[in-house]
Design a protein around this ligand. Structure first.
Ligand code: HEC
Ligand SMILES: [Cu+2]
Length: 358
């Protein structure tokens, strides 16, 4: 018998199991909380409820298993014992019905309070940010300052109440930031309103919490919570970039900028070397599909879906629209694609992109 146990727990699985048991029992005792530390009022409220429920269920676990274990041991089978045969015990049954009812009430009252707290935004909202899910990236709009960003961290000022309007451009996504205690479905055709207040400067991880297609895993994102001055400075750079007078651009400028923009916006699918993935993402290098410049720019501005043929191979996927990028950035990407990897189709100027916008 002892050998059997030694064999079982000598193995790696046995050790892992023991480790997990020890963690499960010791961590709560040591006061460690497996939940991510929250940095918003909502997160602390939600963690409070979690701790309350863990406390109650933990006490129940110890109490019930204690009594059960004691009874099993105390009344274990012995040859010289007689079985005491009895049925029902009304006071006992009333007690074990009333106690759970009281416990459920103790849990539900604060739970409803927290639900209300998370649902209804406070009066002093300083700004609204729109969050739009796309297959497969997140777009953020700051309508008060006419800023649109995508494929980069969402910026928020520290300590201010922000209204978030969450929606989707295609399928259902879910905008989730664990340390904010925040998770909101992004649903096409519907705008969900929530609020956040991040109380600590830093960079936090978020992810799409709803399986939304083949590249769902690309929808990890970061949230940067900034000091108000840094936030204002960031906003200023965004809007001056948009308002800067158009200076003449050359193919050399466009190629240099385009290489970087291609890497951050397109290479996740079409690959850094422009070869794509046969049958899934068409190649850009040597693609006969791009002979027509307008078709190329139209695909970038409005996305592409339905069947297309590239160099004799059929593709039937969905390419996201990049119309939210600036004319000059789209021109840079197009110029880079049309002249890198042996392609030789000449430059594309920002005005050409502008002319094709609907
Ligand atoms: C999420 C993956 C994805 C991203 C990111 C992406 N594409 Fe595509 N792209 C596709 C798919 C899929 C197709 C084929 C669409 C179809 O079958 O209708 C495609 C087709 C194309 C085509 C036409 C076919 C060809 O190879 O010549 C061009 C041009 C193109 N993409 C350019 C870009 C540019 C420029 C970017 C970045 C601004 C980009 N794509 C980003 C997935 C992507
Ligand atoms: Cu998603």
């Amino acid at each position: 018998m002892a050998d059997r146990w030694r064999d079982a727990f000598g193995k790696l699985e046995g050790k892992a199991l023991l480790g997990m048991l020890a963690w499960g029992i010791l961590a709560p005792v040591a006061g460690a909380n497996p939940m991510e530390a929250g940095i918003t009022p909502i997160a602390s409220e939600v963690n409070g409820i979690y701790n309350l429920i863990m406390g109650i269920t933990g006490a129940l676990f110890v109490g019930i298993w204690g009594v059960l274990g004691y009874a099993l041991w105390k009344f274990r089978f012995r040859k010289d014992r007689k079985v005491n045969d009895f049925h029902g015990n009304i006071p006992l049954e009333v007690i074990w019905t009333v106690i759970p009812v009281i416990l459920l009430i103790i849990i539900s009252v604060p739970a409803f309070r927290v639900l209300q707290f998370t649902e209804y935004a406070p009066q002093d909202i300083s700004e609204t940010v729109e969050v739009i899910g796309h297959q497969f990236f997140w777009e953020y709009r700051y309508p008060d300052s006419a800023i649109t960003i995508a494929n980069q961290p969402m910026r928020l000022p520290v300590g201010q109440n922000i209204r978030l309007l969450v929606t989707s451009d295609d399928v259902i996504h879910s905008f989730s930031i664990p340390s904010f205690g925040f998770k909101q479905d992004a649903i096409p055709g519907r705008v969900n309103e929530r609020w956040v207040r991040a109380d600590k400067v830093g960079t936090y991880d978020g992810y799409c919490a709803q399986l939304c297609g083949t590249l769902h895993a690309n929808m990890l994102f970061k949230v940067e919570v900034m000091e108000p001055e840094a936030y204002a400075a960031w906003k200023a750079t965004q809007s001056t970039a948009a308002a800067a007078p158009a200076k003449p651009v050359t193919q050399v400028d466009l190629m240099a900028a385009g290489e970087k923009l291609y890497a951050s916006n397109c290479a996740s699918c079409h690959q850094v070397n422009g070869q794509g993935l046969p049958g899934v993402f068409p190649p850009i290098a040597g693609s006969d599909w791009m002979q027509d410049k307008n078709a190329h720019l139209d695909a970038m501005l409005n996305g592409l879906r339905g069947e297309i043929t590239v160099n004799g191979q059929k593709y039937n996927g969905v390419m996201p629209a990049f119309g939210h990028l600036k004319d000059v950035d789209l021109a840079a990407i197009a110029t880079y694609e049309r002249n890198a990897w042996g392609n030789n189709h000449g430059p594309v100027m920002p005005d050409e992109v502008k002319a094709l916008r609907k």
